[in-house]
Design a protein around this ligand. Structure first.
Ligand code: ME8
Length: 670
C-alpha cells in the first residue's frame, strides 16, 4: 500500500493580502508535496486561511466592511496565490467554514472532558499582531518580544487550558521523538523553554465576537490559536460523521509535516501537541521551521508593510524562476535577504546560463546532427560512465535531501550535475566529431548521454520548477518520470524530439537599466523580461489611495496576459506634478481634505482621502502628483477635479507620492 504523506503550510491571517513570505512557505510545501508524489507516496497537501481573531476583526473595521465580507475578499487573494504560483494543494481550508467549527468544538469538548479546561480571569498583556498573550517578564522595553509591536492590557474572564500538566508528557514526547522539530537548534530552544516550566494558557476571550463560540458558553469565543491549529485535523475530516472522513484521519494522522516560519514554533511544538494529547490524539510527526525573508534588514511583514508582492516577480521572471530563487537562496532554517539583484543574478547565471544552455545546446545538436532523433549509445567510454555515475548519485542524494527538507542542497547538487553535462559536452566537442565520419559512434554516444542526463535534470527540478521540467520533457519527447524508477541510461534511442524553445532567455539589462527603463515607462514587452516593478515594494503592495477610503480592493488581477495594458493605455492617464496652494478639512468627513492645487496649467480643487494621514497645514507648499485628466466627481458636495496619488499598505494610512529632486508644477510624470 502506498505510504501516506501529509504536508501543511500555516493557515494565513487575512488581515492583509499575501506577500513573498506567504508565497515562500506555500511554494516550498508545494515542492515537497510534488517530490513525495514523484516518490510514489499518497500525498495530502493542505493550505488555507486563519480568519478569526481580533487582528482580522480590526482590519475589517478599518476597511469599513462587515467582517465576513472582508474575510471573503482577502481569503480569495490567498486562494488566488495558489493558482498564480502553480500550487498543487489537495485542499484549501478556511476557518470560517462550518466543517471547521464542528471540528474545533469537538476538540474543545474532548479537552474539557479530560478535565483540562477551567474558568478564571485573565489579566495581562496581549499582542494583537501575533495574537499571543505575553507574560510581563517577556516584554522587551514594554513591547512584544516577537514582533516588537505594542501590547495591550487585557482584563477579562477567560477559560484556561492546563498546559502546565503537559510539561512532563511533552518532554517525554520530545525525548522519544528526536526528529520531531527541525532545525535541531530550534528543538533545543523548545526543550529548554518547556523544561523551565509551563503556565496554563488562556484559551477564550469575551471582549470581541469574531471567533468560534465556546460550546455551552457563547459569551466566550475561542482563542484564535486553539481554533487555528485544529485546521490540520478539520481538513482530514475530523469532527465529521462521515465514515470516509474517519478513514482519512486514520490514514494521514499523525504522519504529518507542518512547515512554518520560525515565529510560530512555540504554538506548533508546545501548545498543539498538548491540546492533542489532552484530546486523546497523537501529536504531529514533524515540524519544519524555516527562517524569514528580510526586507531592508527587518522581517517582511504585513503588519509592518515592508513587503514585496510575489506578483511583481512572477510577471518579470516567471513563476518557476521565483520558485527556484527562493528555494535556492534560503537554506532551511536561516534568514535571507530578498533582493531584486539576487533574483536577477540567479536568473541569468543559474537558469539562463547553466540550465538553459545545457538544454538548448543538447537539443540543438541532436536536431542538427541526427535530424531530431535520439541516437543509440555505443559502448560507454570512461567519460560517459563518469557522467552516468554522477547522474545516478545525484538522483539518490536529491531524493534523500528532499526527504530531509534540504531543498537548497538538492538544488546545489542538481546544478553540479548540470555543470558536469556542460563540461562533458565541451570535452567531447561534438561539433568536431560531426565533421569526421569515422567518429559517428562517439558522436551518437555523446548526444545520447547528454540528452539522457538532461532528462534526469528535468526530473530532478520537477518539484521546484514544474513548468520548466514539463517544457524540457516536451523538447525531449518524453513524459513525467517517477523518482522511484529514475536512473541513467533509460532514455529510449529513437525518441523523436519536439522543437527547441528557449527555456530562460537571458536578461541582458542590468538592474539599473531595468529600473530606469521602468521609470521611463518602457512598456511591458510580451516576453516575461520586463523591468522589476518590485523596485518599489511597499507602495506597490496595495491599491493606490483613492479619493475615498483605503478599503481592500478586489483580488489583484494577475499581472500577466489579459490583465496587461499597452503603453498607449497608460499614457492616456495624464499624471502631472502639482503644488498645493491651500488645504482644508471637509466638514463632517474623517477622511477627506479639500485641496487647491497649481497643476502648472491651471489651478483647481481636488478632494483627497488623506485626512487621517495629513494635517491641512502640512500640505500647503508641498509638491504632489495628480491625475489631471480624470472626470470631475462630487465628493461630500464638492466637485473634485482630479485625484492625488498616494501609496498605502492594506489598512494603513496613505503616503503621498513625492520626488527626490523638486520638480516644477506641470511636469509630466511617467
Ligand atoms: O502566523 N519570511 O499567520 P501569518 C518567511 N495565522 N515566511 C514568512 C514571512 C517572512 N517574512 N512572513 C510570513 C499566522 N511568512 C497564523 C498561523 S497556523 C495554525 C496559524 C509565512 O499570516 C511563514 O510561513 O502571520 C509564517 O509562519 C506565516 O507566513 C505566518 O503567516
Amino acid at each position: 500500500m502506498t505510504q501516506p504523506f501529509f504536508i501543511t503550510t500555516p493557515i494565513y491571517y487575512i488581515n492583509a493580502r499575501p506577500h513573498i513570505g506567504h508565497a515562500y512557505t506555500t511554494m516550498v510545501a508545494d515542492a515537497i508535496a510534488r517530490a513525495h508524489r514523484l516518490l510514489g507516496e499518497d500525498v495530502f497537501f493542505l493550505t488555507g486561511t486563519d480568519e478569526h481573531g481580533q487582528k482580522v476583526e480590526r482590519a475589517a473595521q478599518k476597511a469599513e466592511l462587515p467582517t465576513p465580507v472582508f474575510a471573503d475578499q482577502v481569503a480569495e487573494s490567498f486562494r488566488q496565490m495558489c493558482g498564480d504560483l502553480n500550487i498543487s494543494n489537495s485542499d484549501f481550508i478556511r476557518t470560517t467554514e462550518p466543517r471547521h467549527h464542528r471540528a474545533v468544538q469537538e476538540i474543545w469538548r474532548r479537552v474539557a472532558a479530560a478535565g483540562d479546561i477551567y474558568k478564571g480571569d485573565y489579566e495581562g498583556w496581549y499582542c494583537t499582531v501575533d495574537e499571543v498573550f505575553v507574560p510581563e517578564t517577556q516584554l522587551v522595553n514594554g513591547s512584544c518580544p516577537t514582533c516588537g509591536g505594542k501590547v495591550e492590557r487585557l482584563k477579562e474572564e477567560s477559560y484556561y487550558f492546563r498546559l502546565s500538566k503537559y510539561q512532563q508528557p511533552l518532554l517525554d514526547f520530545y525525548e522519544a521523538n528526536p526528529e520531531f522539530l527541525q532545525p535541531a537548534f530550534r528543538f533545543n530552544e523548545v526543550r529548554t523553554f518547556v523544561a523551565a516550566g509551563l503556565q496554563d494558557l488562556s484559551i477564550s476571550r469575551t471582549s470581541f465576537r469574531w471567533g468560534i463560540p465556546v460550546p455551552d458558553d457563547p459569551a466566550h469565543v475561542m482563542y484564535v490559536w486553539f481554533d487555528a491549529l485544529t485546521n490540520y485535523l478539520t481538513a482530514l475530516g475530523f469532527g465529521s460523521d462521515d465514515a470516509s472522513a474517519a478513514a482519512r484521519v486514520e490514514r494521514f494522522w499523525p504522519t504529518v509535516t507542518h512547515l512554518l516560519g520560525k515565529e510560530i514554533v512555540r504554538q506548533h511544538a508546545i501548545y498543539w501537541p498538548a491540546f492533542l494529547m489532552s484530546a486523546g490524539l497523537r501529536p504531529p510527526q514533524r515540524i519544519v521551521a524555516h527562517g524569514w525573508w528580510l526586507m531592508g534588514g527587518a522581517k517582511m511583514s504585513k503588519s509592518v508593510g515592508n513587503v514585496a508582492r510575489y506578483q511583481d516577480y512572477v510577471s518579470v521572471f516567471g513563476v518557476d524562476a521565483l520558485r527556484y530563487f527562493v528555494m535556492r537562496e534560503m537554506p532551511l532554517g536561516l534568514d535571507a535577504n530578498f533582493s531584486d539583484e539576487g533574483i536577477l543574478t540567479r536568473f541569468n547565471s543559474d537558469l539562463a546560463n547553466d540550465l538553459g544552455n545545457v538544454v538548448s545546446r543538447t537539443m540543438t545538436m541532436i536536431h542538427r546532427y541526427r535530424a531530431g532523433v535520439v541516437p543509440a549509445p555505443g559502448e560507454p567510454g570512461s567519460l560517459d560512465s563518469a557522467l552516468q555515475r554522477q547522474a545516478d548519485g545525484t538522483i539518490e542524494r536529491v531524493k534523500r535531501n528532499f526527504s530531509t527538507y534540504q531543498i537548497t542542497v538538492a538544488l546545489q547538487d542538481t546544478w553540479e550535475l548540470i555543470s558536469a553535462v556542460n563540461k562533458y559536452i565541451v570535452e567531447r566537442e561534438p561539433w568536431k566529431l560531426a565533421k569526421d565520419t569515422g567518429q559517428k559512434v562517439t558522436l551518437d554516444s555523446t548526444l545520447y548521454h547528454a540528452a539522457d542526463a538532461v532528462r534526469i535534470v528535468a526530473a530532478l527540478i520537477d518539484p521546484v520548477m514544474p513548468e520548466a521540467a514539463d517544457r524540457i520533457r516536451r523538447m525531449l519527447g518524453g513524459t513525467q518520470e517517477a523518482w522511484s524508477t529514475l536512473k541513467s541510461g533509460t532514455l529510449a534511442p529513437g525518441t523523436t524530439l519536439g522543437s527547441v524553445e528557449p527555456l530562460f532567455p537571458r536578461i541582458e539589462k542590468t538592474l539599473e537599466e531595468l529600473r530606469s527603463m521602468a521609470s521611463d515607462n518602457v512598456p511591458p514587452s510580451s516576453t516575461p523580461h520586463t523591468p522589476p516593478t518590485a523596485a518599489t515594494p511597499a507602495t506597490g503592495a496595495e491599491a493606490p489611495a483613492a479619493p475615498t477610503a483605503a478599503a481592500p480592493q478586489p483580488p489583484a488581477a494577475p499581472s500577466t496576459g489579459a490583465g496587461r495594458i499597452s503603453i498607449d493605455d497608460f499614457m492616456k492617464v495624464e499624471l502631472r506634478v502639482a503644488k498645493v496652494l491651500e488645504a482644508e478639512a471637509v466638514p463632517k468627513s474623517k477622511k477627506l481634505l479639500k485641496l487647491k492645487v497649481d497643476t502648472g496649467v491651471d489651478q483647481r480643487t481636488i478632494v483627497a482621502g488623506i485626512a487621517e494621514a495629513y494635517q491641512p497645514e502640512q500640505l500647503v507648499g508641498r509638491t504632489i502628483v495628480v491625475v489631471a485628466n480624470l472626470q470631475p466627481a462630487k465628493l461630500m458636495g464638492i466637485e473634485s477635479q482630479g485625484m492625488v496619488l498616494a501609496g498605502s499598505v492594506e489598512g494603513g494610512l496613505p503616503t503621498l507620492v513625492g520626488f527626490d529632486t523638486p520638480l516644477a508644477p506641470g511636469a509630466r510624470v511617467r
